[in-house]
Design a protein around this ligand. Structure first.
Ligand code: JHZ
Ligand code: ZN
Length: 409
């Protein structure tokens, strides 16, 4: 087997295998339905050396991210979340027009636009050409590129250094993670701060969020494993907090090691919690696969019974998570008629593998399915609130994880 992508250790313990899966965001168009879809094994292991959970295999990043289906601004709660984060950092750092904020994986500019509106210089970096177009049209300077240490050197040679580097939902996505973190360390100014959000492995395991495991997510971090990674590459974690976004994430702040004089209590406290829980021990993960199997069985029964009662079921949010859930269940249009999503790029396409059509949210009222299973369960509250008219007409929302259930209240 391969070596750990973080510490190069060789003792990798199996956590979960979901078999062969299509890449979660490779949504075929109607004309591609006759083509065979690519599939890759989806298997998670834990490195006993540095404790980091990771995939054994993932397609090359340019296959996943160059033409991309996910536009952050299409989820209003993401934009609100980004605005609040920017306000927090602005209060802390009192940034002005001479400061540069860089965001890696800046997507359509959903975060940087808030800094820009406050008069701070910004630079986005993102490999998805079609998504960057949207950012640039909105006036957010963005380079189409994967962030690497050599790109960091190139930017430095142009005289650029960053007071703040943001990396939201990207630390999990980069196979050559040491090079990425080393690049961040090089582009930060001496008193700069690296602000990171990444899904927390503790939430994944405890809340059975197995559908957040897909090829884009090569890594599933704990504080312990992220600290080792950062330390190896010249960064020191000075603050950490658990946040609710995407089913539960860590928000970390890190600074160049030579300046990390004041490490907050939050770091020591969470490390202790992780130790007490045994997050650094393979036994913490040993019943996960079994619990996932149990959930899949429950879901098949739950949906099958509703279908057998003659209920018509649709899905909400052509989220990457939905692809995983549906393919793991092996259910298609015989159970879920269609999936609605606001993203224009996704409409008219299909969920990979199971090939359920994706349409605009208007279909809820025109088609009036009896049930709507929310694949974007992380945004369930916002979705239910927005689709009040569907509910008022008798529509029912369902949630898949951690146990299948009908939304009441
Ligand atoms: P959402 C994405 O995962 C992809 P996904 C990525 N790999 C990642 O790391 C995680 O985010 C963090 C739609 N929607 O955010 C928009 C509506 O239509 O759960 C999206 O297509 N109406 C980068 O894909 C989808 O749902 C709405 O009101 O699992 C949500 O996808 C809302 C709120 C969303 O992430
Ligand atoms: Zn390791």
């Amino acid at each position: 087997m391969q070596a750990c992508r973080s510490c190069s250790g060789h003792d990798l313990q199996e956590v979960l295998s979901l078999g062969e899966m299509p890449p979660a965001n490779a949504l075929p168009t109607a004309s591609q339905l006759d083509d065979e879809e690519a599939r890759y094994p989806l298997e998670v292991v834990m490195c006993t050396g540095c404790t980091l959970l990771q995939l054994t295999e993932s397609p090359p990043p340019d296959e996943l991210f160059v033409d991309y289906a996910y536009f952050s601004s299409r989820s209003t709660p993401m934009v609100d979340h980004a605005r609040a984060l920017v306000n927090e950092v602005m209060d802390e750092r009192r940034l002005g027009p001479n400061d540069l904020v860089i965001e890696v994986a800046s997507n359509d500019g959903y975060l940087l636009r808030h800094y820009r509106d406050l008069g701070v210089k910004v630079l986005g970096i993102d490999p998805a050409e079609n998504v960057v177009e949207v950012a640039v049209a909105a006036g957010i300077p963005t380079r189409v590129a994967f962030f690497t240490s050599s790109l960091a050197d190139e930017l430095r040679s142009e005289g650029l250094t960053a007071s703040v580097v943001h990396a939201n939902n990207v630390l999990a996505h980069v196979p050559d993670i040491n090079d990425f973190v080393a690049g961040v360390a090089r582009i930060l100014s001496d008193d700069g701060v690296f602000v990171v959000e990444t899904p927390y492995v503790r939430d994944l395991i405890e809340k059975l969020e197995f559908d957040t495991i897909y090829h884009e997510h090569v890594f599933y971090y704990s504080l312990h494993s992220v600290m080792e990674l950062f330390a190896r590459n010249g960064l020191s974690v000075v603050d950490v907090k658990r946040i609710g976004i995407h089913g539960g994430s860590l928000r970390l702040r890190a600074t160049p090691i030579k300046r990390a004089i004041k490490v907050g209590n939050s770091v020591a406290m969470m490390l202790r919690q992780e130790k007490d829980l045994g997050i650094d021990d393979p036994s913490f993960y040993s019943d996960f696969a079994h619990r996932v199997d149990g959930l899949l069985d429950e879901l098949r029964v739950f949906l099958g019974e509703r279908r057998d009662q003659g209920r018509r079921i649709a899905g909400y949010g052509a989220a990457a998570k939905g692809t995983v859930l549906l393919n793991a269940l092996g259910i298609g249009t015989e159970t879920i008629e269609f999936v609605v999503d606001e993203t224009p790029y996704k409409q008219g396409r299909f969920i990979p593998g199971v090939r359920i059509p994706i349409v605009g949210p208007g279909a809820l009222l025109t088609q009036m399915p009896d049930d709507v299973l929310i694949f974007a369960w992380n945004f369930a509250d916002a979705i239910i609130e927005k689709e009040a008219a569907y509910r008022a007409r008798g529509g029912v929302f369902l949630l898949p994880v951690p146990t299948p259930r009908v939304v009441t209240g």
